[in-house]
Design a protein around this ligand. Sequence first.
Ligand code: WT7
Length: 658
Amino acid sequence: MTMQEKAAGRVASVMQEDRVFPPPAEFSSRARIGSMAAYQKLYDEAKNDLEGFWHARAQTLPWSTPYAKVLDWNPPHAKWFVGGRINASAACLDHQIATGKGGKTALVWVGEPTGERREFTFEQLHAEVCRVAAGLQKLGIQPGQVVSIYMPMTPELVIAMLACARIGAVHSVIFGGFSSEAIADRNQDAKAVAVITADGGWRRGAQLPLKKNVDDALKSAAHEPTSVKNVIVLKRTGQAVDMVAGRDVWWHDLVAGQPADTPPVAMDSEAPLFILYTSGSTGKPKGIKHTTGGYILWAKTTAEWVFDLRDDDLFWCTADCGWITGHSYVTYGPLAAGASILIYEGAPNAPHEGRFWEIIEQEKPTIFYTAPTAIRSFMKWGMQHIEGHDLSSLRLLGTVGEGINPEAWIWYHEVIGGKRCPIVDTWWQTETGGIMMSPLPGCTPTKPGSCTLPLPGVCPEIVDAAGHPVEKGEGGWLVMTKPWPGMLRGIWGDDARFVETYWSRVPGKYLAGDNARQDKDGYYWIMGRIDDVLNVAGHRLSTIEIESALVSHPSVAEAAAVGRPHDVKGEAVAVFVTLRDGEPTDALKDVLRKHVRHQIGALAAPDDIHFTASLPKTRSGKIMRRLLRDIAAGKETVGDTTTLEDYSVLAKLRGDQE
Ligand code: WT7
């Protein structure tokens, strides 16, 4: 067993398999789905009549034109709610106002410089969204055109997403930690016509140069000519920025005098709602395409089931809207369910490591949804930052992004949840649009480290390389055998890659890219990726992308990137580099780190750089990643090397470990 498997919780999970936490009785008695019998009934209903099941659920959405058919399944292409028309921003805002929730709090925002706070009712959020929507229309942005959004985690980020949705424009949110080159790649791939950004953002007291990054992206020589006609700039930090006449417009000027009742454009159920770029095992990031009707139903229904949303809940999902979690469980899911959301702009350890607990004490969220990497940081920072804060408002905790190691689960349960809050460990992906497997907090007994069971309408299977289901207890590839409303509809502009990546290795089934195992109770345990995708602090990174970034530096001849276990981030990035010229010095390591930061973003910057005379390859020329992983992890005995092309390479590599 490798250290990586250990880090993924495999060893611990085997030990924890029999440790079961039943849902608290008080919770079950009030929950939407309050017993395993009720869950099983729903699950069977969906399994036996998928279309009837989703037809019944879709009645809760405000369709402007009813659909003619629930599902048109032409594998691997699905159309949900065929012929129906709906607007996602109307489902989140107008629908709540129409059903009497206009005066209810929709969004509470806490800013990074301590003391900043804003609150919006559904009516107020609606008005803001309408003004921005009208402003975008005035710029000439048409339904179906792509708008990139590169913003700090402010209310305006949520407003920008909903404003795009309102006019039928397709948003492509780019996480604020990505570099100008990454913005340029995404603008070009999506043919974005506009970018919505801010002068800057706050991060641990420093100002991020967001507008400057956008300017650099638009000047990028490799991406000429740019499709971007306009840049909309929110004044956030007040830092100096260059405004290009005729192209750039301030947000406050764009919305000035615009109406607060811009009508939503009724979009086809299958019209793209957004693109979100994510890393795959090959090439550039791929634009995952989500459409309107099925996605909004999936985000809303899963939010209601998994977080058991009630009218008096305040839901704090700590994800940035730059990731899918921020799309589905900050913006679309909770708002379409009429829930109040809490968002926070800053880092958990600024100005101090108790910031999250201070916010919980002040704002009193009832549901808290975060990532295992954050939980491991909290554990490391220590109890002194938590003690003394009143966390009693919390009733439910969630985790997402990677497997949670049982130690962290137990700590989360005891320290943050005061032993009274159920934990939902939610497995899903950018591609799935929303949660696929998770406990239901009112009924599913939980086991630390397991995402437990599929939601109704989700049909997972674990198969071997030949596509045959494996025995219970055995590991294999996780696939989905049936379509679901929130599934990705494609990769933007590359249908061949969509078919190839997700539907070809196991024909006719959706290949998630994860290894998994089912225990004797049928519970699912995720055991890490099957490909060369890394999960660093819950962020998906492609080894190839990091390697390409390194090789684009003139000093680098060849590069190999692998993950190694890291106690907070889960995985850290380790790279092995052979040089074309230059000396293998610490100074060059710094240069290469900066280079990757510039090419992709800080989140991809290598933690360890090993210079080596050559890379270990098999006779067929493939880099031996397993071997490099062992070396990166500092393992004493490295794996089987009989297929090594050149045994001396190994000695050289080992010699390089200082
Ligand atoms: C990959 C998807 C889903 C939003 C955040 C990440 C891993 C995600 C879990 C979990 C074990 C998990 C998987 C998956 N993953 N949640 N609860 N247990 N692994 O979205 O960037 O698309 O990454 O994250 O490996 O395939 P993403």
